[in-house]
Design a protein around this ligand. Structure first.
Ligand code: B12
Ligand code: SF4
Length: 656
């Protein structure tokens, strides 16, 4: 049955809202497929504004993977701003996709990509606007399967009431398998209704159906047990890992945003995973092991993507791009290939220990010498040992001196505040480090106009990391340390040092709420719903976020259950405690995580298993995988110049 576009009803509202172009779709490389010929229909949501959601790599990949399947269609939807939400409610316009402007309720699956927990309230808005019951238990066979993915889905318990299913880990292969199950169930006439479909998904062992697990609690508020409540459902659910990135060279046709967006460049993920072992980094822990894309695969993706999109900048992305075993060759050969064209290359923030000036020179050969970004994360050597970010100040100074001597003028340094065992002194040393960077820069360049920006984020302990047991630092302590840091930055006898340091930070309150949503259990769902009913939207945006709204909702919903916001955040957990995500298997061995937590408390470091023997974190055996790295010694394939002729026919890109 065809589904009508809501655009005729939406269009008259658009002149009355901000940035209407974000709702019209039709971007270069967007796809609108015939509704009737599709057997399975996916709506993919990034639950934030278009400008953040459109460039999201995960959604872009899945959108293309799904649309390449002949009998499958996938369309995108983003969170609508409150001005449009109000008008949609007044005029009865449902949440729609930007591609076909089809109502969300008509799709088979609504896949929501959660990179951050702060998107939870936006999912509720979308469900409500779409007329999909907020609670999974109230949905019928007529409603889409609401499926969560992305890194936050590694603990989907706070949204367990609102989602039907969650996938942990990589989506490329998972979406195909889910599609197959839905296709077959629909073709069979939907036997057993929604329940049977969800059971078939659960049987795969890699799709988590929260409703099929009962959680019981003890008197003291701790979880007593999490048990499957039916046969055919596994006791634990495993994450998905896409091993061969060259077999999945997506996006092949990057979407080009119509409205301004956070990044307007083409991104190529050069490897996935990270084994550096920074203890605060959930992304690094849950995406193990490291899997590199080959140099030819990278070159071919860039060639095809640039031709398809017209972008003039390519970002070589990953969690720590300078760690690719062939990064030197990749950047040199790409710089050679694109020399004299408008195509610039960039790496996101690099590790000081992986950075070298040749690499930076290659990257800027064809473009601007803009700022360099490093993330020491901790101000003192001691705290850097606690978090396992072994970057010495000496290395940093050496690196920035070389950069300044080579013409760079601006360095940005990222830090965190509120780390486990942290003292005021650890944070104050950030000021010293920044000043030393400027001194070194002045000396190396002979100039005074050297700038250093320090950007400080509040630390949030995350599930599936060694810090999952840690007490989160309370916002008052974080704020007071940041105040003292500001004073220290400005207090030098040589005031010009302080003047050349820019300081960017947020207060500690939003981090506490992120902490509640990150390590919460199912009881936190009530808080989310209450906040949303009370007007909570776009919690990742400081102008929309209300700390007071969260605090009062938490008090109202949690106190009757004898738990609290503090209980979920600033409380340290002990080894025996059942954590809400223990039945969700990221592959990491819980005992290894605990030992690593103890090592952190003793400020003991752990090596990177890429270069040293395996230290048994558990991922490779649990997932039947292995680290996949070079060097391969291979070269970029020769190609025709950009814009002339057709892209090389690389089997990795054509899928043949
Ligand atoms: C690494 C990283 C970066 C790197 C590389 C980005 C990249 N590779 O895309 C760099 C440093 C470049 C970067 C830049 C930025 N980032 Co960033 N980044 C991240 C981080 C830590 C991981 C993203 C990642 O690995 N992507 C790789 C893709 C392939 O993986 P994926 O999105 O997880 O998707 C896979 C699976 O998870 C799964 N999946 C995902 N969704 C779904 C859904 C379903 C239904 C299923 C089944 C599966 C599934 O399938 C996908 C394919 O396997 C996330 C936080 C996080 N934990 O996700 C923040 C994050 C996405 N970044 C963020 C931001 C703000 C930015 C910047 C705007 C920062 C800035 N001011 O410049 C830019 C924007 C860049 C851009 N192109 O969008 C925010 C977004 C905030 C928001 N409101 O949504 C996040 C959430 C961090 C945060 N907590 O604030 N980022
Ligand atoms: S199992 Fe060993 S090789 Fe694999 S990621 Fe963990 S430590 Fe590294």
């Amino acid at each position: 049955m065809s589904v009508e576009s809501v655009f005729p009803r939406l269009e008259p509202l658009l002149p009355r809202v901000s940035k209407p172009v974000q709702y019209v779709g039709g971007e270069l490389n967007a796809t609108v497929k015939d509704w009737d010929s599709a057997a399975v229909r996916w709506a993919l949501m990034y639950p934030d504004a278009y400008e953040v959601g459109l460039p999201n790599q995960g959604v872009m990949i899945l959108y293309e993977v799904l649309n390449e399947m002949p009998d499958v269609l996938a369309e995108r939807t983003y969170a609508v701003w409150p001005d449009l939400e109000k008008l949609m409610r007044e005029h009865g316009v449902p949440q729609f996709t930007v591609d076909g402007h089809r109502p969300l309720g008509a799709f088979d699956v609504l896949g929501v990509s959660f990179s951050t927990e702060l998107g939870y309230t936006n999912m509720l808005t979308a469900l409500d606007l779409a007329g999909i019951p907020l609670h999974a238990a109230d949905r019928t066979v007529e409603h889409p399967v609401v499926l969560a993915g992305g890194h936050a889905a590694f603990n989907p318990e706070p949204i367990a009431d609102f989602i039907d299913a969650a996938v942990l880990g990589d989506g490329e292969e998972a979406v195909g398998e889910i599609t197959d199950i839905i296709r077959q169930w629909k073709a069979q006439g939907r036997p057993g209704g929604r329940d049977e479909l969800l059971t078939r998904l659960a049987e795969t062992g890699t799709v988590y159906i929260p409703r099929f697990y009962d959680v019981s609690y003890r008197e003291d508020g701790h979880i007593d047990a999490v048990t499957p409540n039916r046969d055919r459902v596994p006791a634990t659910v495993a994450k998905r890992t896409t091993m061969d990135l060259d077999a999945w060279p997506y996006p092949k046709q990057p979407l080009v945003p119509l409205a301004e967006s956070v990044h307007e460049r083409m991104s190529v993920e050069i490897f996935r995973g990270c084994t550096r072992g920074c203890r605060f980094c959930q992304a690094g822990m849950i995406t193990r092991p490291v899997r590199e894309r080959s140099i030819e695969g990278i070159g071919a993706m860039i060639q095809t993507g640039l031709e398809a999109s017209g972008f003039e900048e390519v970002g070589l992305l990953s969690l720590s791009s300078a760690d690719h075993s062939e990064i030197g060759e990749i950047t040199k050969q790409l710089a050679d290939r694109y020399e004299g064209t408008n195509t610039g290359l960039s790496l996101p923030s690099t590790r000081v220990d992986a950075f070298n000036i040749d690499l930076a020179n290659e990257l800027s050969r064809n473009g601007r010498r803009s700022g360099l970004t490093f993330a020491p994360e901790g101000g003192s050597e001691r705290i850097r040992r606690v978090i396992n970010k072994m970057v010495s100040e000496e290395d940093l100074i050496k690196t920035v001196s070389a950069a300044y001597a080579n013409g760079w003028r601006q360095v940005k340094l990222y830090f965190m505040c509120g780390l486990p065992t942290e003292t005021d002194e650890d944070v104050l040393q950030i000021a010293e480090m920044a000043k030393n960077v400027i001194r070194a820069g002045r000396e190396a360049s002979g100039r005074r106009d050297i700038r250093c920006t320090i950007s400080i984020g509040g630390f949030v302990p995350k599930p599936h990391t060694p810090f999952q047991w840690a007490a989160q630092c309370d916002p008052d302590t974080v704020d007071s340390r940041l105040r003292k840091l500001r004073e220290a930055v400005n207090s030098d006898r040589d005031r010009s040092l302080g003047r050349n340091i820019g300081m960017r930070y947020h207060d500690g309150k939003p981090s506490l709420i992120e902490g509640l949503l990150s390590r919460g259990d199912r009881r936190v769902g009530r808080v989310i719903e209450r906040v949303w009913r009370d007007g909570g939207r776009f919690d990742g945006w400081s102008e929309h976020f209300s700390y007071d709204r969260w605090v009062s909702a938490a008090a109202a919903e949690l106190e009757p259950l004898r738990v609290s916001l503090d209980w979920y955040t600033t409380r340290e957990r002990d080894e025996a405690e059942i954590l809400p995500w223990d039945h969700l298997d990221s592959g990491l061995d819980k005992e290894w995580l605990w030992d690593d937590w103890q090592d952190a408390l003793d400020a003991r470091e752990q090596d990177d298993c890429r270069w040293t023997p395996c230290f048994d974190c558990g991922v490779c055996p649990a997932m039947g995988t292995d680290i996949e790295i070079g060097p391969t010694g291979r070269k970029l394939l020769p190609i025709s110049p950009v814009g002339v002729g057709s892209p090389t026919r690389n089997p990795a890109l054509t899928g043949q």
